[in-house]
Design a protein around this ligand. Structure first.
Ligand SMILES: Cc1cc2nc3c(=O)[nH]c(=O)nc-3n(C[C@H](O)[C@H](O)[C@H](O)COP(=O)(O)OP(=O)(O)OC[C@H]3O[C@@H](n4cnc5c(N)ncnc54)[C@H](O)[C@@H]3O)c2cc1C
Length: 511
């Protein structure tokens, strides 16, 4: 029997746990440990901070979903990792021994590196912080002033700072107060849209143009030196690395990205982590000194993709995490079976940025030099695709294991399974055979009565009920059924494009 312990129940930890459990033998065990009892979809945090998503839309208890697949879940923080003793000590007093360890605890912001950052600015890295940012934002809109959205030297994953700036712009326009607010982006990048990718591509011109269109100013090559209660102090560097200009930016509301570091409990794991507490891995995504310790996701120490005047951390995305996850799972299985390991080729970026009503998609794969490796497209379809990906990813995590579907909470389950199992339903869909649903009586009568009793408008109620039923029905589909549904949905999206855009494709990754 092999015991695989996974630390962290986020995007990296949960997807790896599902994949490993399905591929390991029946007597092998997978245990997931997390300091929070819930999964939350981090890419939607900027929407939470705008009040466009509720916590309940993107966060839910993860234990039941893991356990339904035979994966043990322990809700506790990690206290200490002792790779010499192949053990992990947990905050709740438990000690776990492992054969294979996968660290997937994400990152924490090293806010202390910039004096005043933690005290005077907001963050959206974690859902709790995004909720606090929303409270502060709601106070701000009552008395609008200047907004600064910034990133400290060494910050990684810079796509969301632009996304957040564009969301604020869209929201202020909806509130009709945009003219009363100045928005400034402060970034260590050498130009807007560099994103830590390391070369000048389509994103520079497109992001710069989008900033001009939305009247958002940007300070690049920026070292944020100190943040006071109402002023942000920035040194802008020149090409020689000297100070070109200093800025004292007054602000009423600010969201900042600190540099990323390892979470407590992992940060202290001597021999496993770098000076920022991020886990050091080799080309096989395992620690060079402890070959039975792997790492995945935002907790991994990644060298910067490019040398810049002010340090800029490497980009990260759901797509790249999923790609790396496939390699981690393959390599853990290979080690167990004494087979050769597979090297990991980093995927730089495949990213959708929401801009309120529209959005921008980046694709950048420097490791494939002969292809169209660095493009950016904008359009309303990106906004829709980003919403779609959020639903798709959350549904995938919430899928019950086939054999352990919950008792039917809804009659939809009965309709879906009538005369066909999950697998048949999905194959019927793909073979074009319509799913026949017979209703006992004209549903319009019941609907109108229901609408009247709820004092609602029947058409609006019908639309909401249909959306709820589709979402409910999806939870009873098998994994391949949900994949087929997502594919059909994406095909519809592409058909809706004003002009077909060759090269636009979503492989179930990259949001
Ligand atoms: C604001 C923001 C927006 C982003 N937007 C996008 C986007 O639009 N598209 C995209 O592709 N990528 C985006 N990313 C990048 C990337 O997708 C996310 O960072 C992703 O969530 C990383 O996944 P992860 O599993 O490594 O970490 P996380 O999702 O953060 O999960 C970490 C897990 O570890 C647990 N944990 C933490 N500390 C401990 C501890 N001490 N003990 C035990 N468990 C612990 C946490 O509770 C959590 O379960 C965004 C990142 C951020 C920060």
């Amino acid at each position: 029997m092999t015991h695989v312990v996974i630390l962290g129940a986020g995007i990296a930890g949960v997807t790896a746990a599902y994949a490993l459990k399905s591929k390991l033998g029946p007597r092998d065990e997978v245990t997931v440990v997390s300091d929070q009892p819930y999964f939350h979809f981090v890419p939607s945090n900027p929407w939470v901070a705008m009040g466009w998503r509720e916590r309940s839309d993107i966060a839910f208890p993860i234990g039941p979903y893991l356990e339904s697949r035979g994966i043990k879940f322990i809700h506790s923080g990690v206290k200490r990792i002792q790779p010499e003793g192949i053990q992990v000590d947990l905050e709740n007093g438990d000690v776990l021994f492992y054969d294979m360890l996968l660290i997937a605890t994400g990152a924490t912001g090293l806010a202390e590196e910039v004096p005043g950052l933690a005290e005077h600015t907001q963050s959206v890295i974690h859902i709790d912080q995004a909720e606090r940012a929303l409270t502060a934002y709601r106070q701000f809109v009552r008395k609008p002033g200047a907004i600064v959205i910034g990133a400290a030297p060494g910050a990684s994953v810079l796509g969301p700072i632009y996304e957040y700036a564009f969301l604020i712009d869209a929201d202020l326009k909806r509130r009709n107060i945009r003219e009363r607010v100045s928005i400034t982006v402060v970034t260590p990048e050498p130009w807007p849209g560099h994103l830590g990718l390391g070369y000048e591509g389509a994103s520079r011109g497109a992001v710069t143009a989008a900033l001009v269109d939305t009247k958002i100013s940007a300070i690049c090559n920026a070292v944020t030196t100190r943040i006071d209660k109402d002023t942000i102090h920035v040194s802008e560097l020149n090409a020689a690395g000297g100070v070109k200009e200093t800025h004292a930016l007054p602000f009423s509301y600010s969201v900042y990205w600190p540099a990323f570091g390892g979470v407590p409990g992992v940060r202290s794991a001597a021999g496993l982590v770098n000076e920022r507490g991020l886990v050091v891995v080799d080309e096989y995504l395992r620690n060079p000194d402890y070959p039975n310790v792997f790492a995945l996701g935002a907790c991994v120490a990644q060298p910067p993709a490019a040398k810049t005047l002010v340090p800029v951390g490497a980009p990260d995305s759901v797509y790249s995490i999923q790609k790396a996850g496939e390699i981690v799972v393959q390599n853990i299985l290979a080690m167990i079976n004494d087979e050769p390991l597979t090297s990991h080729v980093p995927q730089r970026a495949k990213w959708l940025t929401d801009m309120g009503n529209t959005g921008a998609a980046y694709l950048s794969e420097p490791q494939v030099p002969l292809r169209d490796i660095n493009w950016m497209r904008q359009g309303r379809w990106v906004h829709q695709a980003k919403i779609d990906f959020e639903k798709y990813f959350i549904n995938r995590i919430r899928l019950q294991a086939m054999a352990q579907a919950p008792s039917a909470a809804s009659r939809i389950a009965g309709v879906m399974s009538r005369g066909a199992g999950d697998a048949q339903a999905s194959s019927a869909a793909s073979s074009g055979k319509p799913l026949e649903i017979r209703l006992p009586q004209d549903p319009g009568i019941e609907l109108r009565a229901l609408a009247r009793s709820l004092a609602r408008e029947p058409d609006a109620l019908a639309a909401e009920l249909l959306a709820a039923a589709v979402s409910d029905a999806k939870s009873y589909l098998s994994e391949s059924g949900v994949e087929a549904l997502a594919l059909a949905r994406r095909e519809l999206l592409v058909e809706e494009l004003p002009e077909r855009q060759p090269g636009v494709e979503f492989h179930g990754g990259g949001t």
